[in-house]
Design a protein around this ligand. Structure first.
Ligand code: FAD
Length: 495
């Protein structure tokens, strides 16, 4: 049956009774062929289901392909063991619970940590994802060599190092340069093709098909300008990414993120999966949260600097992950933020940094010069630097507990770059809110009831990563691939 497209809205599911004939039929229907969708389809197929994927773009990959595809795994993966890194489920669990704070989903974090080694083995042995048994020892946003393990969160920083034994858990694919996403997406696509899973490109999922009880029976997709009705005998898995490209949803749900400058993702990140799920009665949670970053390293030496706000005061231990720092930058009064460091610590900043923040002032003779140039209240920056230096000399940071590794008194000449949001510094962001799901991927109503036949994974669901304040690189592709598998398996094995 074909209905005029303008009448089909994601939040208005099609009623089963209006379906006179199905255009296609399978066990598990997957909407979106990015990281989560590919893993859902593969796992559903490997659990005995017939699967079809519908992807709006003309190729697979989504944001997963654009990403570095660092994947956050631990508790003793093969690479960790080979490199002599000690890690445990409990340390990983404690870290992820602490870093995600009160909005952490304990059941999801528990499953993710307990399943981490198995997930690594699945990626490597079942799919053939290559990882070298090596460590990338630098403080970096991503590895630019084919080395594997790096710290990608705030594990070594206060307060987390006091809560859990730190371990590097970011797993970078064995590929030179920032090319992990392209390689990961290629491997996923090859695995889908190898299994003979049916894939429809340029096929946009429009809305779900539901019955009187709210159970999901299929999906309306648009292919070649025509609406097609696809029956899903066991379930529909929504893997359509997040909503970072939907400005009206951002304004409504996550206005804080609009203080950041650069939405990152693919054009399909319009929230359509979340809206379809909501239309079928699903609850969307944590919609105000996102990943945001102020990528001030490399050069790592800028970690020796201090961030100050409009009051000339520090507000964070600068050895945290760039996402946590970005989160706090956005919270500062007046959104004025400067990174102040010894000139020598800027190193190759103009060539090697992603930050793009402009130099806002320098001090040759005294901190007061810089304070004046930055138009900070008289005495404020002078006090901050004097206090910081007095304690840094003793390898102490009584205010924010920066680790001694990065505590070095600030020395003249000093320089400052303007990291105020909206003044040129690069603040990439994407969303972390989505459909409320069980670990199994089943979508829940606001009352916590399961919607039969409906699953969600990746950024369409609200998964393990919940806030920039506790983010670690690798947790999104990690969560997308892990939650995709859970959802695919649950749908395939549903009674
Ligand atoms: C530049 C960049 C770097 C990043 N680096 C990392 C990193 O190193 N590690 C990490 O963990 N995270 C990283 N991330 C974040 C991470 O890539 C994403 O959060 C994650 O890949 C999302 O996976 P997904 O499967 O949910 O969505 P996607 O991979 O985006 O897949 C969603 C798919 O659904 C399709 N789609 C959307 N709507 C519809 C519809 N209505 N019908 C049919 N298809 C639809 C899209 O076209 C897309 O192909 C990065 C992101 C970016 C942009």
């Amino acid at each position: 049956m074909t209905t005029p497209e303008h009448k089909t809205m994601p939040t208005h599911p099609r009623h089963l009774s209006s379906v006179t004939a199905w255009d296609m039929e399978t066990d598990v229907v997957v909407a979106g062929f990015g990281g989560a969708g590919a893993c859902a389809a593969i796992e559903a197929h490997d659990n005995g289901a017939a699967v079809m994927i519908f992807e709006l773009a003309s190729d697979s990959g989504g944001s997963t392909k654009l990403s570095s595809a660092e994947i956050y795994m631990g508790a003793g993966t093969r690479v960790q063991q080979a490199c002599g890194i000690e890690d445990s489920v409990e340390d990983m669990f404690r870290f992820l619970m602490a870093s995600n704070g009160p909005i952490a989903d304990e059941a999801k974090v528990r499953a993710y940590c307990e399943g981490s080694v198995e997930h690594f083995d699945w990626l490597t042995k079942t799919l053939g994802v290559p990882y070298k048994d090596s460590v990338y020892p630098h403080r970096a946003i991503m590895a630019l060599t084919d080395d594997c393990l790096l710290y990608t969160g705030s594990e070594k920083a206060w307060p987390f190092a006091q809560t859990a034994q730190p371990a590097p858990r970011g797993h970078n694919l064995q590929v030179e340069g920032d090319n992990g996403g392209a390689l990961f997406a290629k491997i996923l696509k090859e695995n889908v093709e190898k299994r003979g899973i049916g894939v429809h490109f340029e096929a946009r999922a429009l809305t779900l098909i539901t019955d009187d009880e709210g159970a999901v029976h299929g999906l309306v997709v648009r292919i070649d300008q025509q609406e097609r009705l696809v029956r899903a005998r066991r379930g529909v898995v929504l893997c359509c990414g997040g909503f970072v490209m939907n400005e009206s949803m951002l304004r409504k749900h996550a206005p804080m993120l609009l203080g950041a400058t650069q939405p990152i993702g693919n054009p399909g990140d319009t929230g359509s999966g979340i809206l379809m799920g909501q239309g079928a009665g699903g609850s969307a949670i944590n919609m105000h949260e996102g990943f945001v970053s102020v990528p001030y390293y490399p050069p790592a030496s800028l970690t020796n600097g201090i961030f100050v706000n409009a009051q000339g005061q520090r507000f964070i231990n600068e050895d945290c992950y760039h996402g946590r720092v970005g989160y706090y930058c956005l919270q500062q009064p007046g959104q004025r933020v400067f990174l102040v460091a010894s000139a020598s610590d800027f190193g190759d900043y103009p060539q090697g940094s992603y930050l793009n923040a402009q130099f806002a002032g320098t001090a040759e003779e005294s901190v007061a010069e810089l304070e004046n140039e930055l138009q900070l209240p008289a005495g404020s920056l002078q006090q901050t630097v004097a206090y910081y230096n007095a304690h840094a000399t003793q390898a102490e940071d009584p205010l924010f507990h920066k680790s001694p590794e990065w505590l070095k008194p600030l020395e003249l000449p000093l320089a400052a770059v303007d990291c105020s949001p909206g003044r040129g510094a690069f603040y990439p962001f994407f969303t972390l809110g989505g459909l409320d799901t069980r670990v199994s991927g089943e979508v829940l109503t606001p009352e916590g009831e399961v919607i039969r036949g409906l699953y969600a994974a990746g950024r369409t669901a609200c998964g393990v990563p919940r806030t920039a304040a506790g983010y670690c690189s690798g947790i999104s592709v990690g969560d997308a691939s892990f939650s995709g598998r859970q959802a695919g398996r649950s749908a395939a094995t549903r009674d």
